[in-house]
Structures are given as structure tokens and as C-alpha cells.
Design a protein around this ligand. Structure first.
Ligand code: APR
Length: 182
């Protein structure tokens, strides 16, 4: 039974098929969850990212798209790198691009045989996307992906803290999306 699960904490500790990294277009690592995933995975992760082709100077993954690498020393088998939008006030297509990040990351994980996939709150840190609005985009998009069988059967939302978990629960009420703690 496909379902959306909420499990807050450090995404690098999840021993599941795949975890999503909130990356930047160069895929060269950075701060936030990107830094923690690279630290936990070890240096081979950066090597694998740099081996991915640049589609334009300094861009290996355009905003809204996704790329996959092994997880190396992570408990997760794969890392699905996606680049969320930088928040510029909400009139620059940010919502659509954030939805595309969730959708493309889920599709890529499924294409590679992942049965479980966890997401951090993409764009809600350095990229400044308002957290509450982002949780509604995430839940709406992933519920549709599950309905259309375009995602691994088990999707986990992994906010870093309990405040994020509360916002996901509030969003699940607003969107009418079943969300179970697990
Ligand atoms: N597990 C789960 N969530 C985490 C973790 C973790 N270990 N570490 C941080 N987070 C949360 C943050 O609290 C935030 O809510 O992930 C969310 C996304 O924040 P960022 O990591 O800053 O990502 P984003 O806002 O998408 O900005 C991406 O920042 O780190 C750089 O290289 C990255 O340039 C890119 C940009």
C-alpha cells in the first residue's frame, strides 16, 4: 500500500533504498543537508557527482531536475540529488520548480529500482522557500506521484526537527493527504 510517512531527524541515518539531497546545480557539495550527506557518504560521493556530465558550464543538474549516484558509506543505497528553486518572492515559478524537484527525484528513484525514498525539506534552508508553503507543495506532489505509480511505494518526508514535523502535519490536514508517523 503506497503511503507517505513522516520521520523527522537526520536523513543521513536512514537505512532505506534512497535519500534525496538538496543540492546546487554544480553538484559540488555545499552546506546544510548537502554537506551532511557528503560527509556521511565519504569522498567517493563528490567523485561520482563530478563524473556526471555538465550540461552547461558549472551545471550538472538544472533546477527542478534530478541525478542519481550511489550512497557509498551512507546506509542508503542511492542518493538522488535535486536542485530546488531559490525563493525570489513567489512570482518566478518557484512553486512549479519545487514540485518538479519532488516529482523528478521520485521518478528517478523508481527508475533505478528504489522501493523507498526520503526527502529533506528541499529549498527550505539556504534557498529560503517558506517552509509551510513548501510542505504543501511536497505533500500535494508526492501524493499525486503515488496515485500515478510514479514513485517508490514508500515515501518518507524527513524534516530535520520537530517544528518541521508539525508543519508537515498541518499541511497534511490542509491538503487532505494521509501522513503517518513512522
Ligand atoms: N537531515 C534532514 N534535513 C536536514 C539535514 C539533515 N541531516 N540538514 C539540514 N536539513 C534541512 C534544513 O534544516 C532545511 O530545512 O534541510 C532543509 C534544506 O536546507 P538546505 O540544506 O539549506 O537546502 P536548500 O535550502 O535546498 O539550499 C540548497 O544550500 O547547502 C547548500 O549546496 C546546497 O547550494 C545548495 C543550497
Amino acid at each position: 500500500m503506497p503511503c507517505l510517512i513522516l520521520r523527522y531527524g537526520d536523513i543521513t541515518r536512514l537505512a532505506i533504498d534512497a535519500i534525496v539531497n538538496a543540492a546546487n546545480p554544480a553538484l559540488m557539495g555545499g552546506g546544510g543537508v548537502d554537506a551532511m550527506i557528503h560527509q556521511a557518504a565519504g569522498p567517493e560521493l563528490l567523485e561520482a557527482c563530478l563524473a556526471l556530465p555538465e550540461i552547461s558550464p558549472g551545471v550538472r543538474c538544472p533546477t527542478g531536475e534530478a541525478r542519481i549516484t550511489p550512497g557509498f558509506k551512507l546506509p542508503a543505497r542511492w542518493v538522488v540529488h535535486t536542485v530546488g528553486p531559490i525563493w525570489r518572492g513567489g512570482h518566478d515559478g518557484e512553486t512549479g520548480l519545487l514540485a518538479a524537484s519532488y516529482r523528478n527525484a521520485a521518478a528517478l528513484a523508481l527508475q533505478n529500482g528504489a522501493a523507498s525514498l526520503a526527502f529533506p525539506a528541499i529549498s527550505c534552508g539556504a534557498y529560503g522557500f517558506p517552509y509551510a508553503a513548501a510542505t504543501r507543495v511536497a505533500l500535494r506532489t508526492l501524493a499525486t506521484c503515488l496515485t500515478e505509480a510514479m514513485a517508490p511505494a514508500t515515501l518518507i518526508l524527513c524534516p530535520y526537527d520537530s517544528r518541521g514535523a508539525e508543519l508537515y502535519h498541518e499541511a497534511a490536514q490542509v491538503e487532505g493527504v494521509p501522513l503517518i508517523e513512522g
